[in-house]
Design a protein around this ligand. Structure first.
Ligand SMILES: *Cc1c(COP(=O)(O)O)cnc(C)c1O
Length: 410
């Protein structure tokens, strides 16, 4: 994996150069578009924003509607669109090991849309290519999977199939997988979407494709594998060297990533990636007024989101980002070592920055004070800590001190 870090001036200049190529709603006779630059009355001092590349893009307000790795796409914002294409290239080729130009992708509003887009694409593939009926299609995933998987199957009218995990190591129980596959077959499911997680929301646990697919293949001939890397996509590929959840693994057909979690882009930012010749299955042919057609769920979307993600990746470079993740992992190691010392039970995947602590160890007021997140607020079993950029060693030390005190009081 390699992409170069750029200086702040170079990044700003590159964005301004590309922005020049977009149409300008103020100076050009734009009569036909149902969009404009944002209303500058809302800014205290709009002229000061003109020096800032990202805010200038926000004000220019480019609409990145469509999928720009596929066709030429929309014509009015070619500059910032090129930045999106460059961003998708880094995500697909460098981070997730795709072959050059052997993928499609776009900047989504987040992980939820990436996951829906994947199920939508495979459902339509099965319906169009195999004459499948929706009731013959299932999506299978672990019980730790993000709830957006249910949202998608509900929208698409396909069967959600939940597989149990082992309580302590959060691994999918192969016995339960077999049982669920048999039941699915009995219920007339013939086509399967396998939804794997690169970092579950609550635990940061990582699904291993190989043992699961070995079992799945004994039951199903037709399946696709999607990777939900919404949380882990900018962590796991940088904290270890395995490639089984990347495009280097021929079993993997699509990946969803979030921009607004670890990468800290503005909310409403993610990336969807898939292998070539799949996204056509969600082309909406009726989208005839969109030059280049539409292959996305969301339709209109802000080009500023793509620019922000690209700027962040350029600010760090691959080495810089790897170093930042290494620091987060080291900080998480420290937290876990201390928890071990005071005898507190927790789950943590060694290459991830989430620690889910057994609820017995955490007094409610401490969980509240440190904004810990529960797996389930009506009956918490786990409280999680996400060691993200703003979480300092001092914050962790303070927390541990209070945890120790509460333990000695009890
Ligand atoms: C956050 C998250 C999602 C949903 O992402 P949004 O950006 O909230 O749409 C999906 N999957 C996982 C694993 C997540 O952590």
């Amino acid at each position: 994996m390699y992409w170069q870090k750029l200086s702040k001036t170079t990044i700003q200049q590159k964005v301004f150069d590309e922005l020049q190529k977009n149409i300008d709603f103020i100076t050009e006779p734009v009569l036909g578009l149902p969009g404009s630059s944002v209303d500058q009355e809302q800014f205290h001092n709009p002229s000061s924003l003109k020096e800032d590349a990202f805010l200038s893009v926000l004000i220019n307000n480019p609409n990145h509607i469509g999928c720009h790795t596929h066709k030429n796409g929309e014509r009015y914002f070619p500059g910032t669109k090129q930045i999106e294409i460059d961003l998708i290239k880094i995500c697909a080729e460098e981070i997730f090991g795709a072959e050059e130009s052997d993928y499609d992708g776009y900047v989504t509003p987040g992980g939820t849309e990436g996951n829906i887009q994947a199920q939508w694409m495979y459902r339509n593939y099965f319906m169009q290519n195999e004459k499948a009926k929706p009731e013959e299609i299932g999506v299978i995933f672990s019980e730790d999977t993000h709830y957006s998987v249910y949202k998608a199957s509900n929208l698409l009218n396909i069967h959600p199939i939940t597989v149990k995990v082992n309580h302590d190591d959060r691994k999918i129980l192969l016995e339960d997988l077999k049982k669920k596959l048999e039941e699915a077959q009995g219920n007339g499911i013939r086509y399967l979407i396998v939804h794997l997680s690169m970092g579950t929301t609550m635990f940061g646990s990582i699904d291993s494709p190989e043992p699961l697919l070995e079992v799945i293949k004994q039951y199903f001939k037709h399946y696709f594998v999607h990777v939900d890397a919404a949380f882990g996509g900018f962590v796991y590929p940088f904290s270890q060297e395995k490639i089984d959840l990347s495009f280097k693994n021929t079993e993997i057909s699509s990946i969803a990533i979030d921009g607004h979690k670890i990468l800290r882009s503005p909310f409403g930012t993610g990336v969807f990636l898939c292998r070539k010749s799949l996204i056509e299955h969600v082309q909406t042919p009726e989208a005839s007024y969109v030059y280049g057609s539409d292959f996305t769920l969301c339709g209109s979307r802000s080009g500023a989101n793509a620019v922000y993600m690209w700027m962040t990746l350029m600010t760090y470079g691959s080495h810089g980002w790897t170093e930042l993740i290494r620091q987060l992992i080291a900080r998480t190691d420290y937290l876990c070592k201390e928890l071990d010392e005071i005898g507190v039970k927790y789950y943590r995947h060694s290459d991830m920055n989430i620690v889910a602590i057994d609820h017995h160890a955490i007094p409610e007021d401490l969980a509240k004070k440190y904004y810990l997140v529960a797996d389930n607020y009506s009956n918490p079993q786990w409280w999680k800590i996400v060691v993200i950029t703003h979480v300092t060693d001092d914050m962790i030390k303070d927390f541990l001190l209070e945890l120790k005190t509460s333990k000695s009081v009890n």
